[in-house]
Write a protein that binds this ligand. Sequence first.
Ligand code: ZN
Length: 130
Amino acid sequence: MMIKELSVRTSKRNEFIDITRQVEQAVQGVREGVVTVFVPHTTAAVTINENADPSVVSDILGKLAQLVPEQDNYSHAEGNSDAHIKSSLLGSSLTVIVKDGKLMLGTWQGIYLCEFDGPRTRRVIISLQS
Ligand code: ZN
């Protein structure tokens, strides 16, 4: 197993950052395998969705903000409960199959780091099993 780590600087409180290219670089030269992308954070997530039309990401962020408002009757004193909830909704890891050094993503799919309590520097851990 090979483990690599990315450091991703985010610039907004809520933001999706396309990390597809960085993940693809990490699997270069691998004939067949499985890559896991994991964020060791409780207020960030990773997801796969369309990276062709940017309005898809803005619609997802807009709907998440509606579903999980920043202010509500939350108990958590840190004031970022919305970020924790969004992180759990989207999840902290994902798996992609690798073939001939390429991620087997669909034409319109990209891998996003999802920031919900930025700006911060986030760690993204990539493990490859081949
Ligand atoms: Zn918190």
